[in-house]
Design a protein around this ligand. Structure first.
Ligand SMILES: [Zn+2]
Length: 429
């Protein structure tokens, strides 16, 4: 256990915050610090083909130790942390044998991690928790995932009696700003399928995520002296407000869960002359996703019509860009890769929690790039803020899951699933 703690701390104490305003990859120079360290570490534990490319993607191989041909599987996580909260000077605190009470993160600032608010804490009574000092995030998202993958590879090297096929690992930059998969070389990675170790609580297994689009709308106005404005002034901020009021009131993040989609206004900046509004659209269901995009266009059209005469041209300019799609479509045809992870968990006494992701992962993008890639828990909670914590026992279990998946992949007869696929293919023809 101490080994996992030490490894995890050696990663989270390196600041790797990514930056959405940067156009380079990695988006911040400091991500190289951890990327380069990982290269050295992967070499030192005995992995082969350890590479780092000019965009800081780290890849490595654990060669197969069986004679027969078995599928090549991959494990992926990201080393950047979110720009939403500072990841500089992370000072982790270790809470041994957690008693189920309040954890004082920062006495001076009176920052307390309490099970009264964060009820999940109670399921970790008696375990070892790693928390922040209340001033930074922790970075368990996703340095817990890296810790688990490296530790699992090390374990497999040290225990060669455990049979496994070829395993590829990859650590990526800039996942938190939505670019982790952008420059991922799927061909070079060369795995038949992979898993991101980037979920939250123990047991999580995910292969469905949102379809996602980003919307940018410009509302134009006309500024006139307010004393002489009657019939002349158009206040673009009020029109933006009208637009927001036309969106379904309850379909927002704070009112939805499970498979319920939403509209989410993320930014608004305005003056009388011009207001710019940004929102995101999310829905698991492709049909509903398309309907949501249509609704946005419809509202814009309606407002344009309303001001047609007065303004002379379109007062609302709307741009919608698809961001990513539900990976379900790419995973269901190879559902055995989810079943395999589920079986691994059950074998280890972990209750699988299979639920749709209310977001996206690198894995969903990778799935559409030809690498089917469900997501497995990394163990942390309360990502992207000062209340982030991770139970060490959950990290250990994630290591066990990786090892078990490797073992099952080498010992499962995939010829049956292949046949099923063939049959399906023939039917289509
Ligand atoms: Zn993550």
């Amino acid at each position: 256990m101490q080994h996992i703690i030490d490894r995890f701390i050696s990663y989270v104490t390196i600041d790797t915050e990514s930056d959405p305003n940067s156009t380079t990859t990695p988006s911040t120079e400091k991500q190289w610090n951890l990327a380069n360290k990982l290269v050295e570490e992967l070499k030192s534990i005995g992995l082969k083909e350890v590479t780092i490319d000019k965009h800081s993607y780290v890849m490595a191989t654990l060669p197969s130790n069986v004679k027969e041909k078995v599928p090549t599987i991959g494990f992926v996580s990201h080393f950047d942390t979110t720009p939403d909260f500072t990841g500089k000077d992370v000072k982790p605190q270790i809470v041994k044998n957690y008693d189920g009470g309040d954890i004082v993160l920062n006495k001076k600032e009176k920052i307390i991690l309490s099970p009264n608010y964060f009820k999940d804490l109670l399921q970790y009574k008696g375990q070892t928790l790693i928390t922040t000092n209340g001033l930074t995030l922790l970075g368990a998202d996703d340095k817990a995932g890296i810790t688990e993958i490296v530790t699992a590879m090390e374990y497999l090297i040290q225990n060669p009696e455990i049979k496994h096929g070829k395993i590829r690992v990859c650590f990526t930059p800039d996942e938190e700003i939505g670019r982790g998969a952008d420059l991922f070389d799927v061909k070079k990675f060369g795995a038949d399928w992979a898993y991101t170790m980037d979920g939250s609580q123990i047991g999580e297994l995910e292969y469905e995520n949102f379809n996602a689009a980003g919307v940018k709308i410009t509302f134009k106005g006309k500024s006139v002296h307010p004393g002489y404005a009657k019939g002349k002034m158009i206040n673009s901020m009020l029109i933006a407000n009208d637009f927001i009021n036309e969106l379904p009131k309850n379909e927002i993040p704070q009112e939805t869960k499970g498979y319920e989609g939403f509209f989410h206004v993320t930014d608004i900046q305005g003056s009388i002359e011009e207001t710019k509004l940004e929102l995101i659209i999310r829905d698991h269901d492709m049909k509903k996703f398309i309907k949501r995009k249509e609704l946005v266009h419809k509202i814009c059209k309606k407002i344009n019509k309303q001001f047609e005469k007065q303004f002379g041209e379109d007062i609302v300019i709307c741009e919608i860009k698809d961001q990513y799609y539900n990976m379900k479509e790419k995973v269901v045809p190879v559902m055995f890769i989810v079943d395999l992870a589920e079986k691994a968990m059950k074998n280890l006494g972990i209750k699988p929690i299979i639920k749709p992701i209310r977001g996206g992962t690198d894995g969903c993008r990778l799935s559409y790039m030809g690498l089917p890639c469900p997501n497995i828990f990394a163990g942390g909670h309360n990502f992207h803020g000062k209340y982030e914590y991770v139970p060490v026992e959950s990290m250990q279990k994630a290591v066990d899951v990786i090892v078990k998946i490797a073992e099952l992949t080498a010992t499962t007869d995939f010829s049956k699933t292949e046949k099923k696929k063939e049959k399906k293919g023939k039917k289509k023809k």
